[in-house]
Ligand binder design. Structure first.
Ligand code: FE2
Length: 385
């Protein structure tokens, strides 16, 4: 199978060049929100406000007439996160999700102009429905939503909000809080990465290609992403306008257990591995997050002995990047700066990436080795390598 993997390198990563005949039957305006199912939404929201600089936005629960769940919505620039906890009651799927997966991402919601068409186009092409198009109304207008299932227990919800001007969505009220820690400069979701099981990467590539109209932007095989001990493979899928990028990872054979297998064990199946968020000033974003208690992956000091030769001239002071453990990589179009948090959950599953693009449209291939050695050191400490 590895021989079948095609590589698209040295090309400008634009869909038009890779897929000149691409038809956008599923126009996506952007990521609408990301919803986590968690054990304690109130405390999760507080953590994301305190540590990651999100702001209070909206709330749904008993006070707003919602009885089966409590949700807190937080926002930072274009990023909206929803934290949801189940309330007592029979047949509440949220309980099962948390029991199986721990805290994790349930919904990757996509902003569309027509949620009914999005559902029809994708289910006609083989997607399994999560729920049919439905309209929710309140005094501020209406939102049309529909949903399809993706890998594991994860789903996409299509959100059409052109006739809505409320805070978030019907069922939610504005969440006013006296506690409003400053933002840390997170702007928008750059990409969201899925981990899927052995030999499943191509299945999900096919799904995103045929069912969602995405194209394969780039493929990394196990030679690109391997260390002495562990390996993985990845295909980056992107939608027609390039606003949505979903890399899909699967484990590859190595001498020891790869981080993808560790994830699959602890998440008990496929799911979202990391959310990469963009900033315009990674040094200030990362130092603010560190001050507020966020832990980042450790990068060996020796990384900085050779990085200058690899990436050439950059505007930032390398000493400051080293002090903060920020990684640098370059491609044909420019360079990028990136750093990864340690898992934000008790299970070694979900983490965040902070990324600042200075022209580069790629994903930091030159950093994979240093990064994965760092992850392996963490696995070693957890006894899961
Ligand atoms: Fe990433």
């Amino acid at each position: 199978m590895r021989d079948d993997l095609t590589k698209i390198n040295n090309t400008r990563y634009s869909l038009e060049k890779i897929f000149p005949d691409a038809q956008d039957f599923l126009p996506l305006l952007g990521t609408d929100y990301v919803e986590y199912y968690v054990g304690n939404a109130k405390q999760a929201a507080h953590y994301y406000k305190t540590a990651l600089g999100f702001q209070s936005l909206a709330y749904a629960g008993l006070e707003t007439g919602v009885t089966d769940r409590t949700s807190y919505v937080v926002v930072q620039d274009k990023i909206r996160l929803v934290f949801t906890t189940p309330m007592p009651g029979e047949d509440n799927e949220i309980f099962d999700h948390i029991q199986k997966h721990g805290d994790g991402v349930k919904v990757v919601a996509l902003w569309v102009d027509d949620a009914k068409s999005a559902w029809e186009e994708t289910t006609n092409r083989g997607a399994e429905s999560y729920f049919e198009p439905r309209t929710e109304k309140d005094a501020n207008g209406e939102v049309v939503k529909s949903g399809i299932k993706i890998y594991g227990d994860t789903v996409h919800i299509f959100v059409e909000r052109k006739n809505y001007n409320g805070t978030f969505m019907p069922g939610f009220e504005k969440w006013e809080s006296h506690y409003n820690p400053a933002p840390v400069g997170l702007k928008y979701i750059d990409h969201m990465v899925a981990n899927v099981g052995w030999n499943e990467m191509n299945i999900w590539e096919k799904f995103y290609n045929e069912t969602m109209g995405f194209a394969n932007l780039i493929t990394f095989d196990d030679k690109d992403i391997s260390t002495q001990f562990t390996a993985l493979m990845s295909k980056v899928m992107t939608n027609g306008n390039g606003r949505i990028k979903f890399p899909i990872n699967e484990p590859a054979e190595g001498k020891k257990k790869s981080q993808i297998e560790e994830y699959l064990d602890f998440y008990d199946g496929p799911g979202i591995q990391h959310v990469a968020v963009a900033t315009d000033d990674i040094v200030s974003t990362v130092s603010a997050m560190k001050e507020r208690g966020v832990e980042f992956l450790y990068v060996p000091g020796t990384y900085y002995d050779t990085v200058g030769d690899r990436v050439g001239e950059i505007a930032e002071d390398m000493a400051i990047l080293k002090e903060n453990g920020i990684l640098v990589d370059r491609d044909d179009e420019g360079y990028l700066l990136q750093i990864f948090t340690k898992p934000l959950t008790d299970r070694p599953t979900l983490f965040f990436e902070i990324i600042q693009r200075k022209g580069a449209q790629s994903f930091g291939k030159g950093n994979f080795k240093a990064l994965f050695e760092s992850i392996e050191a963490e696995q070693e400490r957890r006894g899961t390598l």
